[in-house]
Design a protein around this ligand. Sequence first.
Ligand code: PAF
Length: 281
Amino acid sequence: MQIARTLPELRAALAGRERPAFVPTMGNLHDGHIALVRQARPLADTLVASIFVNRLQFLPHEDFDSYPRTWDADCARLEAADCDIVFAPRERDLYPEPQTFKIQPDPALADILEGQFRPGFFTGVCTVVMKLFAAVLLPCGGGTAVFGKKDYQQLMVIRRMVEQFALPVDIVAGDTSRASDGLALSSRNGYLDAGQRTQAVQLSQALQALAQAALAGSAPLPQLEERAMQALQAQGWAPDYLTVRQRHDLQPPQSGTATGTLVTLGAARLGGTRLIDNLEF
Ligand code: PAF
């Protein structure tokens, strides 16, 4: 496995390679990331993963500084998963000067849900993903990039960015990996203490209950969403949102929207840890 820290090192490692498969990450790799890497492995001759904690997508009060950096363990896991190249630029290499040009995603998609509670988040994500695509995929004539459905809105925003800029990149979605109790795997699960870890599955249970209630149609959706938030609150969470949306544009469902086209999405804080999850139905 080759490790590239700078753009020239990456260019040298990519020389002669065509249309790699690419898994961008912020490191602190868990089984969910490795499932994406394993999904990407057969999609191309060359498999590249990136590790870069992107300051641009964190708000000032968020966990950029404390975000776990676990370089040695990450490299061992990537090597075991048969990754060919790890691109792990330092901040000064990816952002050699202040990033004054940024990708501004469509507010209709990016200023709702996560974007409402983390303003500027998707601008930061799109800007770094565009830079990573330019570094990893574009010199090789494009390629395939794998993103997890755990970050459902991120996946949709990046798909739209690729379409709108006609990038030669195929976006492949990876299913969410879950612990045996159903908790979606996330780097931020590591912030939970033992009691919170036991409780954390309540978020995915709340989303399941909301999907079932929506299917049963026992009340208008806004009421069901409000009740779901109150129930989670009663369990000690501080929910930002629990909602049912159309999968294709993440807008509230039109009346008569068929099941099989919907998704429940949720974000809530347990103690100091903010978790997100979703469930297609
Ligand atoms: O999902 C993530 O880990 C990050 O948002 C990404 C896509 C690597 C961009 O920093």
